[in-house]
Design a protein. Structure first.
Length: 114
C-alpha cells in the first residue's frame, strides 16, 4: 500500500522560507507525477507545483518564481522549497503522487504571519 509522509510545515513570517518534504513508501512500479497541492478552509484544493518522471515541472501562477519543486526518483521523494513566503500562502499543503492511482499525504500546515 502506497503511503505518503510529508514534513516541514510550520509558522514563519512573511518573506521567510520553508522547505516541505514528502516520501512515498510501498511503491511498486513508477510514480508518474509527484507534487504539492494546498487548501484553505472553505476552498477547493489547488495546485501548487508538480514534477513528472522526466523532470518536467508545472507551477501555479502564485508559486512561479518563489517556489521550487524537486524530486528524487530513486528515493521516491519530492520537496518544495518555498521562498519569499506571503500570508496568502497560508494553507494546509498536501503531497500528491500519481501512479496507477492517485495518493495524498496527510497534509502539513504552513502559516505565514504578516
Amino acid at each position: 500500500q502506497v503511503q505518503l509522509v510529508s514534513s516541514g510545515g510550520g509558522l514563519v513570517q512573511a518573506g521567510e522560507s520553508l522547505r516541505l518534504s514528502c516520501a512515498a513508501s510501498g511503491v511498486i512500479g513508477s510514480i508518474y507525477i509527484m507534487g504539492w497541492y494546498r487548501q484553505t478552509p472553505g476552498k477547493q484544493r489547488e495546485l501548487v507545483a508538480t514534477v513528472n518522471s522526466g523532470g518536467d515541472t508545472n507551477y501555479a501562477d502564485a508559486a512561479q518564481g518563489r517556489f521550487t519543486i524537486s524530486r528524487d526518483g530513486a528515493k521516491n521523494t519530492v520537496s518544495l522549497q518555498m521562498d519569499s513566503l506571503k500570508p496568502e500562502d497560508t494553507a494546509v499543503y498536501y503531497c500528491y503522487a500519481r501512479l496507477a492511482e492517485i495518493y495524498w499525504g496527510q497534509g502539513t500546515q504552513v502559516t505565514v504571519s504578516s
